[in-house]
Design a protein around this ligand. Structure first.
Ligand code: GLU
Length: 458
């Protein structure tokens, strides 16, 4: 079957050993987008065969994080730890075909070897080995070809050829009867009918081993596509030490799941036009494997921050109003909605909502923004503010237009620059030096409250 005719089935196959890294999330996203783009199936497989590194908490977090990102899987999760019998049988199948063998070498012996495994047990007669497995500990190793080379065609990198002499007789079944990653991955991708393997490029060196395993079983290989590595801004691996690196970190920082998915989708792929901000539907509509590029990409948190702000603007005002209402349940809906609409364009993170909205509902007791205070507050400020207060008092329709006129009037009659008037007034009413337009803030607070706040001097 060709790539076009094979029903698309892709998987995300994490090992639950730690938090869901953004690199892993990007792999999940590409698999998800690809499946949705072509009407295929996206399934979740938990690769939990490394019992030493298995972590129950990590598994829970992983499922929670994938759901939070909105990457619902169509099938699974399938747990490899529940499929040991299948891997055991597969290993036996390879032994029977002469493609694998029992190895009885002890850990101590292996530690003395300097250049990988020396194939000590490769030629043990099978009958003898079958007797020994009754009483001795063993692993099963793959009998890698000694010469020739193994080729595979990576969908974004082209043909990759590895000399077989570089591949050792890898362990496929461990002493504890659990399969290694290589065996489990190949067996599952075959039986689960995976059509395309999209995974991080750290797995490229495993792929020739997998191809040899497929050949040994007599199975068709899936299509492979190794995704570009994501580097930290200054180069090197993206890690916790260099800042946020896991999906959980970004959630805690106040990022929206769709913003994170959108940003990560662009790390290695582009829609082919100059669109950047996209919702899930748009990403699915534009996604294709051909436009994934193999070059390393760098993670830019500033860009992600920008993207988050853009996605916040796409949310409805009423959604923010609902959030605000939770913080200030006693406030009137109309005012809450007004504040929500004023703040939305200024938010980079949803978590800022509480701090940014506070002065709309509670009088600031002091100017919290010392920098702005030093910069804008002068000895003249109380006098200027009193002039404004007097002018505002005269307004009947306390709206943006009239408020603006009142300020203009004071500026003109007293020859004060607008900035020298407006900034101290802003500090007096809000306690901070930046925020939505001053006229809008004043209108929202209402006449009485504004005048009260203006007349208190910090
Ligand atoms: N369990 C591997 C991981 O943690 C899966 C690699 C693959 O996709 O084959 O990334």
């Amino acid at each position: 079957m060709t790539q076009e005719t094979k029903p698309v089935r892709v998987r995300f196959a994490p090992s639950p050993t730690g938090y869901l890294h953004v690199g892993g999330a990007r792999t999940a996203i590409y698999n998800y987008l690809f499946a949705k783009a072509v009407g295929g199936t996206f399934y979740l497989r938990i690769e939990d065969t490394d019992r030493k590194r298995y972590n129950e908490e990590a598994l829970k977090d992983l499922l929670r994080d994938l759901k939070w990102l909105g990457l619902e899987w169509d099938e699974g999760p399938f747990f490899q730890s529940e499929r040991l019998e299948i891997y055991g049988k597969a290993a036996e199948q390879l032994i029977d075909k002469g493609h694998a063998y029992y190895c009885f070498c002890t850990e101590e012996r292996l530690q003395t070897l300097e250049h990988g495994y020396d194939r000590h047990c490769r030629d043990l007669p099978l009958v003898e080995a079958q007797k020994r497995i009754e009483s001795e500990k063993f692993v099963v190793r793959f009998k890698a070809p000694l010469n020739g080379s193994t080729k595979f065609n990576d969908l974004i990198r082209g043909e990759i050829e590895t000399p077989n002499k570089d591949l050792d007789d890898l362990v496929i079944l461990k002493r504890d009867k659990f399969p290694t990653y290589h065996l489990a991955s190949v067996v599952d991708d075959h039986y689960m009918q995976t059509s395309h393997v999209l995974r991080g490029d750290e797995w490229i060196s495993s792929t020739p081993k997998h191809v040899l395993l497929y050949n040994a079983f007599g199975w068709e290989t899936p299509f492979f596509c190794h995704l570009p590595v994501i580097l930290a801004p200054g180069g090197g691996k993206l890690s916790k030490r260099k800042g946020a690196a896991s999906v959980g970190d970004f959630r805690d920082l106040g990022y929206l799941p769709h913003a994170l998915v959108n940003y990560l989708s662009l790390l290695g792929w582009s829609p082919g036009d100059d669109r950047e901000v996209m919702n899930l539907e748009e990403m699915i509509g534009a996604f294709s494997l051909e436009r994934i590029q193999p070059k390393a990409v760098s993670f830019d948190e500033k860009k992600l921050e920008w993207m988050n702000g853009m996605h916040i603007r796409l949310l409805s005002d009423s959604l923010f109003a609902d959030e605000l209402k939770k913080l200030y349940p006693a406030e009137q809906d109309e005012k809450v909605l007004k504040v929500a609409a004023l703040l939305k364009p200024r938010l980079k993170f949803t978590t800022e909502l509480s701090a940014m909205s506070k002065y709309f509902f509670e009088r600031p007791e002091k100017c919290e923004d010392e920098k702005a205070y030093t910069k804008y507050w002068t000895e003249q400020s109380p006098k200027h503010i009193e002039l404004v207060a007097k002018e505002l008092e005269k307004i009947e329709d306390f709206d943006v237009k009239n408020i603006e006129l009142a300020f203009a009037k004071v500026c003109e009659s007293s020859e004060i620059k607008l900035g020298a008037l407006a900034q101290p007034a802003r500090l007096a009413v809000s306690g901070v030096g930046a925020g939505p337009g001053l006229w809008e803030i004043l209108e929202c607070l209402g006449k009485e409250e504004c005048i009260f706040r203006l007349r208190r001097v910090f």
